[in-house]
Design a protein around this ligand. Structure first.
Ligand code: FES
Length: 273
């Protein structure tokens, strides 16, 4: 069995690598051609010290000089001694370039374009190869026909084969104009990522989500993930928009309300009309 280990670098780049059961994170990173800081590989020097933000693991032998009890209690780990027993998020105190890696480039075809409302468009891209990300993260999509990119959070679940996005239709916006007047199913789209540290951590207390407009997207991704990874923590979402037209994905939220053990949401519309 392999676990997904999300390595979060200082410059915001994420790489999600497989780590086999019983495998050391340092070895899994090496196999993925990522040079996370290492020296002794024996739990003696502390060079490989990282911070584990979520997930379960066992630690092999190490000495206090490499990792103190206080550091271990705060979630610091030695990747040369860390064997995950679940998916984990590990923050690496180095840039992706220093670790000889970089953000991944992906491609995929547009398989769905929908006008959800007068102000909102959603679309789905089928990636050429699986793309792992954390619920809440985003990618930079290149607008077809240009070299410019736009950043959009996934609204789909991290384990979904199809990647969905929710965007505001801005009158002169580059991506908006493409989606409105040029996009066709089967169009090829390039994107880089995933990026971002705004992702769902292991729930340990009640969760309050506040979304504005199409900023609902990352929360949809988190809620979809929570549907498959239930928590006993209550979850509440406040969803604010400017006009009634901006309210979208209400059916999806109702379905999530029915599926999740303790989830509810309220909407807030600024325009009194
Ligand atoms: S590389 Fe020295 S403690 Fe891990």
């Amino acid at each position: 069995m392999a676990f997904n280990i999300a390595l979060q670098f200082e410059d915001g780049v994420s790489r999600i690598i497989p780590c086999e059961s019983g495998e050391l994170v340092a070895d899994a990173a090496y196999r993925a051609k990522i040079n996370i800081p290492l020296d002794c590989r024996d739990g003696a020097c502390g060079t490989c010290k990282c911070h584990c933000e979520s997930g379960a693991f066992t630690m092999g032998d190490y000495i206090e000089d490499a990792l103190t009890d206080e550091e271990a209690a705060e979630g610091f780990v030695l990747t040369c001694q860390m064997r995950p027993t679940s998916d984990c998020v590990v923050r690496v105190p180095a840039s992706s370039a220093a670790c000889k890696t970089e953000v991944a480039t992906h491609g995929g075809k547009l398989v769905r374009i929908a006008r959800d409302s007068a102000t909102t468009v959603s679309f789905t891209v089928q990636a050429e190869r699986p793309l792992a990300f954390l619920p809440g993260q985003y990618v930079n999509l290149t607008v077809p026909g240009s070299k410019q990119t736009r950043s959009y959070s996934f609204s789909s679940a991290p384990d979904s084969a199809d990647l969905s996005f929710l965007i505001r239709d801005v009158p002169d916006g580059l991506m908006s104009t493409y989606m409105r007047s040029a996009a066709q199913p089967e169009d090829f789209m390039m994107f880089t990522g995933p990026y971002g540290s705004f992702y769902l951590r292991t729930p340990v207390r009640p969760i309050l989500m506040l979304a504005g407009g199409t900023g609902l997207a990352p929360f949809l991704s988190m809620l979809l993930w929570l549907k498959d990874h239930p928590t006993t923590q209550p979850i509440r979402l406040g969803y604010g928009v400017n006009t009634n037209d901006d309210l979208v994905e209400v059916e999806a939220l109702d379905a999530l309300k029915a599926a999740l053990p303790d989830f509810d949401y309220f909407t807030c519309v600024v325009d009194k009309e």
